[in-house]
Each structure stands twice: as structure tokens, then as C-alpha cells.
Write a protein that binds this ligand. Structure first.
Ligand code: AMP
Ligand code: ZN
Length: 467
């Protein structure tokens, strides 16, 4: 059965044809580890996990690489401002290396909690400085770079078709009408491949290079490391849609200029999770982590179910009402599945299960139509099929969803649900504390107590217990 993906490069749904038969090489841009990954970031990592599972379901052997950005990502993607890592370290009074390790560990734990399969390799940018320097040397030799007072820059006017991924209006940008850019840059879209360490300040992360002491530009790590692990030309590259106009555009420019070959065949991008009408982002400070949801007594699977109810290319608005609806939906589904599990000791296949399987595959192979697959699962659970057939399909479909139905067990009797009224109060208390209104925070704590619950502060968020 054909497998189709929407390719950002061509803006069309295309049949997936691998470079090497039976194998897929895939690179996904990983987290910048200066802070927690928020639940928006996790939407993108979940989409990538589903993509990988669908490839495996189609019998491909997948090599999956993910980078960990621990240097060089500046506050603005356009080479302005400080390095997010150095900023994060001074915010927390720790070294850059310490915060990188801490946030990488939390990120990996979040992946586990969402049953997201680990990539074959997690590669840290700081472990591959040599490869990045070699790539700059290659670009320099081919005449793509120039020097300014603060670094070595890539001259995007030298790369034909620079804006092909993002469909950028290069001429408009060149006319200088749309964006302001530093006087030393030759073109507004030029970007740094190497930044010099500031003269007046000691950076924690810096390396010697043929051009002077400094650190690599953010986009370089992904071009250099993907080529190192997957070769000059590979199948799939993904990330969130914010990467299209700058990061991925620059990755292509670097890689293709250096190797002279096509870099990637299929570019897949996940849409944003919004908080209200704006993108959830770390820089705004107004973001939620998975741990926070867990503190509020949501199961990571509730959040996963919420995400999977929308297509990966659909913008999704986060709200607690929507999460509550997902929670009820998932709990109901799980209860029914547990009943089925408890009633049979084996699974069985039949003509009907084959036909359901084919239907399911046609959905997921159609640019990962997971919402339809999920609706099909619901129908099957309440269908006329035998419980053994149902269970076969539940386990089969769960190879894609990754809810972990095989290991799911009945909830212990003492695992109580916290009423939403209590959760709302606890949230209001956090808000009061944030605004330094400690009197109000104490009042709310008492109010919660009167209603029979105790709120316990945690390093990140809170826990609620029944008194
Ligand atoms: P970062 O840690 O900022 O480098 O981002 C990690 C991944 O999350 C990247 O693929 C981003 O494109 C993606 N991302 C960032 N913000 C959001 C959001 N609000 N919703 C979905 N994905 C996002
Ligand atoms: Zn990247």
C-alpha cells in the first residue's frame, strides 16, 4: 500500500519512495536545552514519533537521529541577542554544562512518559565541533563565506534557490524593505556559521578555530551532524513549522553548497500548539510542562490523546476544558479496553480483522491521519467483533498510537480523582504566588483544606492529596 506524506519542499502530498529500498534515514531537530521542553515542543516530538512508527509499520528499517542543541542558539533565530544556553545558565546560577545535562535528562524522561521511542542517536552539538568547523572550511573553500567584525557569515546570494523551502521572497528582502539587518551583512538572509567570542566577556562555551575563538552558528550543527550520521543525501528531515523559514532553509543552504548534492528528499513539519491565540513558547515564560500536567493529576496519556485527536498539520489550541474532554475520552476508552483484556486470554485474527487492519493502514499512510485511526479504534471497541478479535486490533493499532495498552492495568482503588474545582483553586494559588500575593495564596490553601484536600508545593508545580 502506498505511503504518502505532505512534503513542505513541494507543498504537495507525495508518495514516499526511499533512497535505499527498505530503509529510511530520518533526522529530527531536537530540543534547545536551556529550559524545560513545554507541551508544545512535545507536540512536535510526538508527531515525529508517529511518523517513525508508521514507517516501521510499513516494514522500513528506520535510522533516526536527533540533535540536542547545547550551544549557539541565539535569542533570535536571525543571529541577534545572547546565546540561550549562556542566558539560561546565568538565570539559574549554574554552568552551561550543568543546565544542558539537567534539561536533557528531563526531556528524555518526558519522551519516556509519553511512550515516545528514543532515536537511535541523540547527538549533542558540543560533541561535534570538529565536524562543524570542517563544514565551515568547506564552505569557505567554495567561496560561500565572508568575515564581519563578529563572525563568519554565509553569503546566501551565492546559493541559487536559497528560499526554495520557505518560498521566500528573496528579491523583496534584498530590496531591504521588509527587514532591518546589520550593516555588515551583505544580504538580509545571511547568517553566521561561526561567531567570535565577545571581547569584553568570557563565554563558558568557546573553541579555537581557524578564524578565532568562538562558537558555531546554530544551523550548522544540524547540517554537520545529519551528514555525519546519515550521509550527504537522506530521506526525511522534520521539525516544527517555525523551522521552515530560517533554520531548515539555512541547513539546506549549508549542506547543499558544501556537498554539491541534494540534501533531503522529504521535509515534514508539525503545526504549533497555541496557548490562546499565540504559539506556546519558552521565551514568553507562559508555558506548561508535562510535569505540571502530571502534578494536576493528568496522565501523560491524557495529553497524548488530546494531541492525537488532531492532525499534525493542524494548529491546536490548548485549554484545560479540551484536556478534560480528552481525559474523559481516554479514560472511557481505557476502561472498555481493560474490560476486553480481562475477558479473554488470547487474541485472534480473521477476515474482518484483516479488512479493519487495511482500513487503518490506509488512514495512517495518508499523511498520518491519526484522528481517523483513533475514531476507528473507538468503533472497533464497541463493535460486534469478538473480544479476541478486538484485542488483536487494539494491540495492532497501538503500535502506532503508543498508548501502551498491552501493559495497561486497572487503576488501584485508592487512586482518587481530584475534582476540577480543587485543581482550579490550586492553579489560582500558583498564580497568586507568581504575583507575590502570598496572603491570597494562603487563603486559597485554606479554602482547599476546608474542602478536604491538601496542596503540597513541588519543585515544579504542586501535588494534591486527600486529607
Ligand atoms: P526548541 O527547543 O525551541 O529548539 O524546539 C524544539 C522543537 O519544538 C522544534 O521542532 C520546534 O519547532 C518545536 N516547537 C516550538 N514551539 C512549538 C509549539 N508551540 N508547538 C509545537 N512545536 C513547537
Ligand atoms: Zn535542526
Amino acid at each position: 500500500m502506498a505511503l504518502n506524506f505532505y512534503n513542505t519542499l513541494t507543498r504537495t502530498k507525495e508518495e514516499f519512495i526511499p533512497i535505499e529500498q527498505g530503509k529510511v534515514k530520518m533526522y529530527c531537530c531536537g530540543p534547545t536545552v536551556y529550559n524545560y521542553q513545554h507541551i508544545g515542543n512535545l507536540k512536535t516530538f510526538l508527531f515525529e514519533d508517529i511518523l517513525k512508527r508508521v514507517l516501521i509499520y510499513n516494514d522500513y528499517e528506520v535510522t533516526h537521529i536527533m540533535n540536542i542543541t547545547d550551544v549557539g542558539h541565539l535569542v533570535s533565530d536571525e543571529d541577534e541577542g545572547e546565546d540561550k544556553m549562556e542566558l539560561g545558565a546565568s538565570r539559574e546560577g549554574k554552568t552551561v554544562w550543568q543546565i544542558a545535562e539537567y534539561y536533557t535528562d528531563v526531556f528524555k524522561e518526558d519522551l519516556k512518559r509519553l511512550n515516545i521511542l528514543y532515536p537511535d542517536v541523540f547527538c549533542k552539538a558540543t560533541d561535534f565541533i570538529k565536524e562543524q568547523i570542517e563544514m565551515i572550511e568547506c564552505l569557505e573553500k567554495k567561496g560561500f563565506t565572508y568575515r564581519t567584525s563578529d563572525g563568519i557569515y554565509y553569503d546566501t546570494s551565492k546559493f541559487p534557490d536559497y528560499g526554495k523551502l520557505a518560498k521566500l521572497d528573496i528579491e523583496g528582502l534584498r530590496a531591504g524593505e521588509r527587514v532591518e539587518f546589520s550593516e555588515e551583512k551583505r544580504n538580509p538572509t545571511d547568517f553566521s556559521v561561526w561567531k567570535f567570542s565577545p571581547k569584553d566577556k568570557q563565554r563558558q562555551m568557546e573553541w579555537d578555530s581557524p578564524w578565532g575563538k568562538g562558537f558555531p552558528g546554530w544551523h550548522l550543527e544540524c547540517s554537520a551532524m545529519s551528514i555525519k550520521f546519515l550521509g550527504n543525501h537522506f530521506d526525511i528531515h522534520c521539525g516544527g513549522i517555525d523551522h521552515i523559514p530560517v533554520h531548515h532553509t539555512n541547513e539546506i543552504a549549508q549542506a547543499e553548497a558544501c556537498t554539491g548534492e541534494k540534501f533531503v528528499n522529504y521535509w515534514l513539519h508539525g503545526e504549533f500548539l497555541n496557548m490562546g491565540d499565540v504559539k506556546m513558547s519558552k521565551s514568553s515564560g507562559d508555558f506548561l510542562t508535562l510535569q505540571r500536567l502530571i502534578d494536576m493529576k493528568y496522565d501523560p496519556m491524557h495529553y497524548k490523546y488530546f494531541l492525537l485527536s488532531a492532525h499534525y498539520r493542524t494548529k491546536l489550541k490548548f485549554s484545560f476544558e479540551a484536556l478534560d474532554a480528552a481525559k474523559s475520552g481516554y479514560d472511557r476508552l481505557l476502561t472498555n479496553i481493560l474490560k476486553i483484556k480481562n475477558s479473554v486470554s488470547k487474541t485472534s485474527q480473521s477476515e474482518q480483522t484483516n479488512s479493519e487492519q487495511n482500513k487503518f493502514k490506509s488512514y495512517i499512510n495518508d499523511d498520518l491521519n491519526i484522528p481517523r485511526g483513533l475514531a476507528q479504534l473507538q468503533q472497533i471497541v464497541s463493535s460486534e467483533l469478538s473480544n479476541e478479535e478486538k484485542l488483536f486490533l487494539i494491540y495492532e493499532f497501538d503500535k502506532i498510537f503508543g498508548f501502551g495498552f498491552k501493559d495497561a492495568k486497572d487503576k488501584p482503588k485508592d487512586d482518587i480523582d481530584i475534582p476540577s474545582e480543587i485543581l482550579t483553586l490550586a492553579e489560582a494559588r500558583i498564580e497568586a504566588k507568581k504575583n507575590k500575593d502570598f496572603k491570597r495564596a494562603d487563603e486559597i490553601r485554606n479554602e482547599i483544606k476546608v474542602k478536604g484536600f491538601e496542596v503540597i508545593d513541588k519543585k515544579e508545580g504542586f501535588e494534591i492529596k486527600k486529607i
